[in-house]
Design a protein around this ligand. Structure first.
Ligand code: ADP
Ligand code: ZN
Length: 797
């Protein structure tokens, strides 16, 4: 789903009134379904439920209904049933029911509604986005016939048992009326005079106590299929059509060594378990330095909730879904589901069904796994809670941490947020005693944190000549290799060089569609825009002034790799970035090579900065610590601190020790100095004071409104109108909200659109929401300008 509908927000006012003639018989007992659509609408629409669907429809199912101009048949989500008529509206009738069973339960419906309210989008948009496509299309399932005793139909009690592996909730109509035998009287068929083989079939069904596939049944009764069909013809057993799917394969567990928790870990586990046992919701910030053994804490807590027959959800950044992480969970739990972005629709559907059936103990996955339909959730964990990938950057623009908080609250279960570098949002909640703080300030087995050396590269002769690796780092690399240690080099820029510089214009060559300089990718021989992915053959002359001889300025990972290969000719080196690791699995292969020592130097982007645990890494080099520092973003300091602290966490993980060299041109910058001193508290205290003075998050709530379109004048004019309407709303509602802008976005042009933005801040979120809901319906509709609202924006570009 994109934001492209956003421009029509609240435009149901423009829709023609419901024109379908409908004779409402007074006093008649009519049922209405409340329906929402995949549109940016806050309205819930009502539709009559035809009698034949009365018994089948319920919240969480999709329906097909006439909607909007021309009564186009449209799919919507039923979110409730009512008998109360809305006054003065003509009401249309549901055309079809799409799902036989609810796609989600009442609590998940409530959660999705909360997301729509909080993130200012349509409830139907949220539902459409969070239910996987494969679940909606029932991908990978097939119909199979099961046989059951006819007498089961009549009994009350449990629904028919579990034939086959996993039964989706989409069983055929016929089976819905059947009941499982609650009493042994169900064996009354045996009183009849039956041939021995048919008798054996009945006995097999009674013994197993659930419907069976024909092959299972024949095997159990030691007969062919004829007696089964004979019984069916006599009406003693019935055939049921069921949709089943093959169960997804579980990761293979690996033997694990017994770990004795250290006192910090034990204290953390005890606190978490006391919250679990109290059956209440609390959020706990597990603030443990890199290598402090946070995962072991999660696992112990999960073991406890699993022992109560409950499930746990563990969110990790997509990049951390490595076989190493998965094996750690798989070795401790008999059934886990791993939800990553490369699943096929059928796989996703299979996992969804298994999770919903309660068969999965632990769901491990990226952001969207927060919506896993666990029937009896016991605990939620978010590892590396500071990762920005937990925020979705298309509608619904939710943050998985906030959704997790809400879900944990609704289900009265604990939420654990784990990080070595918590966000200031989470840290402030701890300081205010809203959340619990679990501190693990040292590494396991008394391993020290690695010494971090800040290297000022402003006067480095090698760097001055255009090298990526300065003198100090080069020497350290030689020493590390001599001592048979491995090296990680981190650089936040992919490609060969991030700027193609024209001496004539005195500036870099920009993407024709974006306000972004093109990056030169030597291997692909293209100039690539990292914003819109547009690639063009490398220009020989400046497209603006025609002057030849463009310079490659700056250093990306490709160039760094070339340099490493040239300066360390006999050392195996491997590059990891999204260019080399585009295929699923390549990431894992590369990391295994490094683990086994086939590779001595691993270099790459963010991909290698996080979570990796390699004991033989004795040196980490940060090529340029300043890449995030100078961005126009309130969080640039915080992100720089996080990055250095996380990268430093990749070394010193064994008795061999390790050290970190950070190359920078800003050696006195606080985030760099504090990260080098492993001083989170010092950094957080200063930075919080600074943010408080500026009244920016986490001391205020923020909404960002982006207006975009192909014509700058139109965009500018529209954004002025948006600003006027928002300010008028603030005044009218007498709400204390600060509105900045409109102003051009830092990236003024993106994907051929001009972009202007406004920033709304307030101490609480609700005034911002109220102003938005008041003003947005008045935004004029414009064929070429659209707007987007981003609540709690993390990306301010
Ligand atoms: P973090 O997530 O805090 O960086 P990990 O959970 O990855 O740390 O743990 C780092 C390593 O320490 C892992 O290999 C883990 O098996 C090991 N470990 C965890 N707890 C203990 C312990 N109490 N004693 C010894 N080793 C431990
Ligand atoms: Zn572009």
């Amino acid at each position: 789903m994109t934001d492209s509908h956003q421009a029509s927000l609240f435009s149901e006012a423009d829709l023609p009134p419901d024109l379908l003639p409908w004779e409402i018989a007074a006093g008649e007992d009519r049922l209405l379904a409340e329906v929402v659509f995949n549109r940016p609408l806050t309205t819930i629409f009502q539709y009559f439920v035809p009698n034949e669907l009365r018994e089948m429809i319920g919240p969480g199912q999709r329906v097909q209904v006439p909607f909007g101009r021309g009564d186009k048949l449209t799919i919507g989500f039923c979110v409730g049933l009512t008998t109360t008529f809305p006054p003065g509206r003509r009401i249309k009738t549901i055309a079809a029911l799409i799902d036989r069973e609810a796609l989600l339960d009442a609590r998940m419906l409530e959660l999705t509604r909360w997301i729509a309210d909080r993130y200012l989008c349509g409830w139907g948009q949220v539902l459409e986005s969070i239910i996987p496509r494969g679940v909606k299309s029932k991908a990978g399932s097939r119909e199979v016939t099961f046989f059951a005793l006819a007498s089961w139909r009549a009994e009350t009690g449990q629904p028919l048992g579990e034939p086959g592996a996993v039964r989706p909730r989409t069983s055929e109509q016929e089976s819905g009326a059947l009941r499982h035998p609650a009493h042994p009287e169900a064996t009354s068929e045996l009183d009849l005079k039956l041939p021995a083989k048919q008798r054996a079939v009945i006995e097999a069904l009674v013994a197993v106590g659930r419907p069976m596939r024909v092959d299972e049944l024949a095997e159990a009764a030691q007969c062919g299929t004829a007696p089964i069909h004979g019984l069916r013809d006599k009406g003693l057993i019935v055939a049921l059509r069921e949709r089943v799917m093959s169960a997804p394969v579980m990761p293979t567990p690996e033997a694990h060594r017994e770990i004795r928790l250290n006192p910090d870990q034990q204290r953390a586990v005890d606190t978490i378990l006391s919250v679990v046992r109290a059956s209440e919701h609390r959020t706990l910030l597990l603030h443990g330095v890199t290598g402090s053994g946070k995962t072991e804490v999660y696992i112990r807590a999960i073991e406890e909730v699993v022992s109560y027959g409950r499930q746990a959800i563990v969110l990790v950044p997509e990049i951390s879904l490595t076989p190493q992480t998965i094996r750690r969970f798989a070795s401790r739990f008999s059934s886990i589901a791993v939800l990553h972005s490369h699943l096929t629709d059928a796989e996703r559907h299979g996992h969804w069904q298994q999770i919903a059936s309660g068969a999965v103990q632990v769901v491990v996955g990226a952001r969207s796994a927060i919506f896993a339909p666990t029937p009896h959730l016991g605990l939620i964990v978010i590892d590396e809670e500071h990762e920005t990938s937990f925020k979705q950057d298309s509608t619904p623009r939710y943050h998985a941490r906030e959704v997790a908080r809400r879900r944990a609250e609704l289900e009265k279960v604990p939420l654990i947020l784990g990080s070595a570098t918590p966000t200031l949002e989470s840290f402030l909640k701890v300081l205010r005693k809203e959340d619990l703080h679990l501190s693990m300030p040292s590494r396991v087995e008394r391993l020290p944190l690695p010494p971090v050396l800040i290297v000022d590269i402003r006067n480095d002769p090698a760097i001055a000549k255009g090298s990526a690796i300065g003198r100090a780092l080069f020497t350290s690399m030689m020493d590390a290799l001599k001592a048979k240690g491995q090296i990680i080099l981190f650089l936040n820029v992919r490609g060969f060089s991030p700027v193609l510089w024209c001496r004539g214009c005195g500036e870099g060559v920009k993407c024709p569609d974006c306000d972004i300089t093109l990056t030169y990718h030597k291997e692909r021989a293209v100039a690539l825009c990292h914003s819109c992915d547009r690639s063009a053959p490398l220009p020989k002359v400046c497209p603006k002034c025609g002057k030849p001889g463009l310079l490659n300025l700056g250093i990306g990972t490709e160039r760094l790799e070339a340099e490493v290969k040239a300066r360390f000719p006999n050392v195996a080196c491997l590059r990891m970035d999204s260019d080399t690791m585009s295929q699923r699995g390549s990431h894992d292969v590369a990391l295994e090579k490094f683990r086994h020592g086939e590779v001595q130097i691993l270099l790459g982007t963010q991909m290698i900065a996080k979570g990796l645990d390699f004991p033989n890494v004795t040196l980490v080099g940060v090529i340029d610590a300043d890449t995030l520092l100078h961005q126009p973003d309130i969080r640039s300091m915080e992100r720089t601190f996080q990055l250095i602290a996380q990268v430093a966490g990749r070394t010193g993980r064994s008795a061999k020790g390790g050290r970190v060299l950070v190359q920078t041109s800003s050696p006195e910058q606080p985030p760099i100095v504090r990260a080098a001193a492993h001083d989170f508290l010092g950094f957080a205290t200063d930075e919080l004071r600074h943010r408080q003075a500026l009244k920016v998050p986490p001391f205020s709530q923020m909404c960002r409104v982006i207006v975009r379109g192909p014509d700058e004048k139109e965009v500018h004019a529209y954004s002025d109108k948006v600003g006027e309407l928002l300010r008028a709303a603030a005044k009218e509602l007498a709400l204390d909200v600060r509105i900045l802008g409109p102003a051009p976005c830092p990236v003024t042009r993106l994907k051929a659109n001009f972009r202007y933005h406004l920033q709304l801040t307030s101490i609480e979120l609700s005034p911002l929401q109220k102003i938005w809901l008041h003003a947005a319906p008045k935004f004029p509709s414009h064929p070429e300008v659209e707007f987007v609202v981003d609540v709690d924006p993390l990306n301010l570009r």
